[in-house]
Ligand binder design. Structure first.
Ligand SMILES: *[C@@H]1O[C@H](CO)[C@@H](O)[C@H](O)[C@H]1NC(C)=O
Ligand SMILES: *[C@@H]1O[C@H](CO)[C@@H](O)[C@H](O)[C@H]1NC(C)=O
Ligand SMILES: *[C@@H]1O[C@H](CO)[C@@H](O)[C@H](O)[C@H]1NC(C)=O
Ligand SMILES: *[C@@H]1O[C@H](CO)[C@@H](O)[C@H](O)[C@H]1NC(C)=O
Ligand SMILES: *[C@@H]1O[C@H](CO)[C@@H](O)[C@H](O)[C@H]1NC(C)=O
Ligand SMILES: *[C@@H]1O[C@H](CO)[C@@H](O)[C@H](O)[C@H]1NC(C)=O
Ligand SMILES: *[C@@H]1O[C@H](CO)[C@@H](O)[C@H](O)[C@H]1NC(C)=O
Length: 586
């Protein structure tokens, strides 16, 4: 395959020498038939293959991904999870936020710097699409790895829940007034490295670095390896001071790197147990028997030896608390903050009686103009949250220190992810601790940093980060189904720096083909950005997901980036209305 060839060439040329390379990859996103657990279904793969490829690059490299949408019937777009996208917020991926959806038959180029080493992943960020398979590991190697020499080899272990049904009907069933319990779709099974039976060949006495990536759409996972303690070295992309853990709990989107030394007293085979945590309340550590989603992988040291089951099954999981891990650099808590952002999360019903997820009383509703395009085109009004519509916008000045408090006012834990940053986890209170008390006390003086944190049921977390990366960055629950319910806020970071920002021609062309306006406020009003007419304030009831609905032929002829004349503005407005009509009637 083209991509692996180029990557190997890059590795061949530069080896582990810290010299920056440009790695170019050509990906065609296509439907593929696959049956990872014996149940066949169409999945979304890359270059007619599934599982999707593992990307491996070096820190300092620039990655160019030429993505072609070969799906025929769905739009697409990719988010590079955990990558900071310094100075390239338009390459972050979320459709409707920093780019337009990529229509079938069209292409989009992503180009960005890998400024940090670590274990990352990529996934579709287009309308609940990634549970259909479009996700994979992205490993950024570090030639100056502080733990170099402490391990002999490395392996990637992905954990994912898996559904037999496609995402669109799953979300359609969820977003229905009949779903009075706000239930997300429950997975049919769990996959490890996108398979059912995974065996890792270990050599007695050798030490391995395991890069664990949770690619779930819903469930968190517990992990335990028989007789082998885990030496933690990284969480998300933050190096840790080594610490021994016996069990881990990884929520969707989180990553852990740890070392395990294959014991050398025998050449046995040891089970690696992974169990989905689908309990609503983490206080109840008993696995729900109705969802027998545990899976055993094997640490193999002798293929001829029997696979022995664990002597004692895990009845109660007691995973290590990731907020107690210490960053290797000992970076202290940022001492003060300029901006307090408090988000209360609860489920809610909209005016149509549909189940949604609300932050401070409102669900995120995708608008007509991608928010980064709004920030670039409304001039000085881009510091006014009003122009962005109901995307739960939070405007912060470049350089400000933000303290972000999440109050989880619901009965289940939720993993919250921030794009464009790692944040310090000052406090992540125990389940049922209630809301943040409003006082800055008992914070961890040397907090762990992550890009995804689990906030327990009826509890809260306090995060801090420096808003030093101008862009529009989503902050959302990484349970994909809850994103579709609206569990998202948007940081408009450094709006002054975003004024007049230019976008690549291929990105603009995709907007034109899709009939998406690229200038003006959330509703496409450019002459008067404070005119909120046409903004979406109630989520549409007819969910179509990423289904491709071509705009009427006569509406795609205007040149993108040139709707300043009133004629063009009127055209853009009518185009937008027609898009809504298509959306709501379907
Ligand atoms: C992408 O894959 C599809 C399906 O195999 C194929 O029809 C199309 O020609 C491919 N496009 C590109 C640009 O490779
Ligand atoms: C993966 O994330 C899901 C969703 O948060 C979680 O339920 C599951 O336990 C996680 N799995 C692992 C192995 O961490
Ligand atoms: C804990 O979960 C188990 C499995 O779902 C259930 O049987 C049990 O009643 C729960 N216990 C409590 C105290 O909620
Ligand atoms: C895995 O699931 C099976 C079936 O529900 C259950 O009997 C077993 O105890 C579980 N194993 C663990 C380690 O939880
Ligand atoms: C915002 O837009 C309005 C309407 O176009 C304009 O009158 C006003 O001067 C703008 N405000 C700023 C701060 O640019
Ligand atoms: C698109 O095509 C795939 C593969 O043929 C199919 O499974 C899917 O249901 C189609 N429709 C949509 C809306 O995705
Ligand atoms: C923008 O529109 C104006 C007025 O219709 C036209 O004169 C101009 O050439 C257009 N510019 C571009 C870049 O299309």
């Amino acid at each position: 395959m083209m991509w692996s060839l180029l990557v190997s060439l890059a590795l061949l040329c530069f080896g582990t020498v810290a010299r920056a390379a440009v790695v170019t990859i050509n990906w065609n996103v296509t439907w593929v038939w696959a049956s990872p657990d014996g149940f066949g279904r169409p999945v979304i793969g890359i270059n007619n293959q599934w599982p999707c490829p593992k990307l491996e690059v070096n820190v300092g490299d620039t990655l160019i991904v030429n993505l072609h949408n070969g799906l025929g019937n769905q739009t697409t777009g990719i988010h590079w999870h955990g990558i900071n996208q310094l100075q390239t917020p338009e390459m972050d991926g979320p459709s409707g936020v920093v780019q337009c959806p990529t229509p079938p038959g069209s292409s989009v180029q992503y180009k960005f710097l890998l400024d940090e080493p670590g274990t990352f992943w990529y996934h579709s960020h287009e309308k609940g699409q990634y549970p259909d398979g479009l996700r994979g590991p992205l490993i950024v190697q570090d030639p100056n790895d502080p733990y170099k020499g402490r391990y002999d080899e490395e392996i990637v272990l992905t954990v994912s829940d898996w559904y037999h049904s496609q995402s669109i009907p799953l979300v359609q069933n969820m977003l229905s007034p009949a779903n009075t319990r706000f239930a997300p779709p429950f997975p049919d099974t769990i996959l490890l490295n996108d398979k059912k039976d995974v065996k890792f060949n270990f050599v007695k006495g050798k030490t391995y670095r395991v890069r664990l990536i949770n690619m779930s759409a819903f469930a968190s996972a517990f992990l335990w390896i028989d007789s082998h303690p885990l030496t933690m070295i990284m969480s998300d992309s933050t190096y840790l001071q080594t610490e021994t853990a016996y069990q881990l709990h990884a929520s969707s989107a989180q990553r852990y790197d740890f070392l395990i030394s294959a014991i050398d007293r025998d050449s046995g085979n040891y089970p690696i147990l992974v169990a989905l945590d689908i309990n609503r309340d983490f206080r109840n550590q008993t696995l729900a028997p109705a969802f027998p989603h545990n899976q055993t992988a094997w640490l193999m040291m002798d293929e001829n030896a029997p696979l022995t089951r664990p002597t004692n099954t895990i009845d109660v999981w007691r995973p290590a608390d990731d907020t107690h891990f210490k960053p290797l650099d000992n970076l202290a808590m940022i001492p003060a903050y300029d901006h307090l952002v408090k988000l209360d999360f609860r489920f809610c019903l909209d005016a149509n009686g549909y189940p949604r997820a609300c932050l401070n009383g409102k669900p995120f509703i995708s608008q007509k103009v991608p928010s980064l395009y709004t920030a670039a085109t409304v001039g000085e009004n881009n510091t006014n949250p009003l122009v962005y519509g109901q995307i739960n916008p939070i405007v912060v000045k470049k350089g400000d220190i933000v303290q972000l408090v999440i109050n989880n006012q619901e009965a289940a834990g939720h993993p919250f992810h921030l794009h464009g940053h790692s944040f310090q986890v000052l406090d992540r209170a125990r389940p049922y601790a209630g809301d943040w008390p409003g006082r800055d006390v008992n914070y961890n003086p040397v907090p762990n940093r992550r890009d995804t944190v689990t906030v327990w049921s009826w509890s809260h977390a306090v995060l801090r980060f420096r808003a030093d990366n101008p862009g529009v960055w989503l902050f959302h629950c990484h349970i994909e189904w809850h994103v579709e319910m609206g569990l998202t806020a948007s940081f408009i970071e450094g709006p002054e720096q975003l004024r007049g920002k230019q976008f690549p021609a291929d990105h603009l062309e995709n907007c034109r083909v899709g009939g998406v306006p690229t200038r003006g406020n959330a509703a496409g009003n450019e002459l008067d950005p404070l005119d909120t007419t046409g903004m979406l304030t109630i989520s549409p009831t007819g969910y179509t997901g990423a289904t491709w609905i071509p705009p009427p032929a006569n509406t795609v002829t205007t040149t993108p980036g040139n709707s300043t004349s009133s004629l063009a503005r009127r055209r853009a407005a009518s185009r937008v209305q027609r898009r809504d009509a298509v959306f709501e009637n379907s």
